[in-house]
Write a protein that binds this ligand. Structure first.
Ligand SMILES: [Zn+2]
Length: 355
């Protein structure tokens, strides 16, 4: 890695845009483009103070993590129909395809919409329709991961597993565990994860974001996850960092998110560079890009501009996204050769610094 100030290039922004990407930690409801969300608000009726996309951008600002959850919930109240998810998925995927994202594994939280009378199956089917349309129009590939929210408890989690099982293999690929990690430990979800594995779901869980290294150990040892959502605080236990490197358990890292939510006090203190140097399987992700005023492209740009990552480092991270994904071996190989070809072209440009 370089001195952060030395590798800046005026063409870097364009390059960050063109980097072939995989996104493995993205919440569909946190990625709705502002224009789409604004049209949903208009369709739902009037909302005091929100008369333009600019107002909406300001309305999504938050002061701390508690307020972030409030704003997140407020935004979701404008999704009134199951069909809205078709448009949301389509627009989110189009936005990603424009940034040269070839494949995305998206979380969705269907349990957040029962107040609006939306069913889990209706939401899922609607997203899968939008996903198909986006694939037809842009070629982008995607898989859905249902988020079992810790705060809702294991009984609802078990029910959710049954509700989404019919979609397994039809676009739905796995389960994740979000919500208030600091309040609700993952242990009670062990039987659900065991059952999910048996049924063919792929397994990930948020851990080490709002809680420490112990929480990461729990999802590894008790839930048997294949990947860690965030894993930010692994550094609190050097033995865990060693274990993650040895076992190559991928981390779905989301730097902007960690800084914006305060999980990491400042960007310069983020351990992502250290984890890469220690050989951990690190991937780059945007989490809730619209809520954080970010994008997957800006995540790569941030690593280059603020943390001194070289283009070779970024290439490694983009390829890690393929290895860490839930694609099949053959799909991974196909995608890897596509990425290698695009990277070859990017790195051959005379203005790209690769040292
Ligand atoms: Zn997340």
């Amino acid at each position: 890695m370089n001195d952060p100030s030395a590798s800046l290039s005026p063409a870097l922004e364009r390059l960050a845009f063109e980097i072939p990407k995989v996104e493995l930690h993205l919440h569909l409801e946190g990625a709705i483009p502002l224009e789409t969300l604004f049209s949903l608000i208009q369709r739902a009726g009037t909302e005091p103070g929100i008369n333009s996309v600019g107002d909406l951008r300001k309305g999504l600002a938050y002061t701390d993590f508690g307020h972030f959850i409030e704003v997140w919930t407020w935004k979701n109240t404008f999704i009134r129909k199951e069909e809205d998810f078709d448009e949301i998925a389509y627009k989110v995927l189009l936005d990603l395809a424009k940034q040269n994202v070839k494949y995305v594994e998206m979380f969705y939280s269907p349990g957040d919409f029962w107040r609006q009378g939306l069913s889990v199956s209706g939401i899922t089917e609607s997203i899968l329709r939008g996903r198909e349309r986006a694939n037809r129009d842009t070629g982008i590939l995607s898989g859905l991961i249902v988020d079992l929210i810790r705060d809702h408890g294991p009984e609802i989690g078990a029910r959710r597993l049954d509700e989404v099982e019919p979609y397994l293999g039809k676009g739905l690929i796995g389960i994740g565990l979000g919500g208030s990690e600091q309040t609700f430990p993952a242990d009670p979800y062990a039987p659900i994860y065991r059952e999910a594995r048996k049924r063919g779901f792929r397994l990930t869980a948020h851990a080490g974001e709002a809680a420490g290294a112990e929480s990461i150990w729990t999802v590894i040892k008790k839930l048997g996850v294949e990947r860690i959502g965030h894993g930010l605080r692994a550094f609190e236990d050097p033995g865990l960092v060693f274990y993650l490197a040895e076992k190559q358990i991928p981390l779905e890292m989301c730097v902007t998110s960690n800084v914006k939510t305060g999980a990491c006090p400042k960007a310069a203190a983020h351990p992502i560079g250290d984890y890469v140097q220690r050989g951990l399987s690190v991937t780059v992700n945007s989490d809730d890009p619209v809520m954080f005023g970010s994008s997957i492209t800006e995540e790569y740009l941030f690593l280059a501009q603020q943390l001194g990552f070289t283009m070779e480092d970024l290439k490694r991270l983009s390829l890690n996204g393929i290895s860490a994904s839930f694609l099949t071996k053959a799909e991974k190989e196909e995608m890897r050769s596509l990425f290698e070809a695009e990277w070859q072209e990017i790195l051959a440009r005379p203005f790209v610094s690769t040292h």
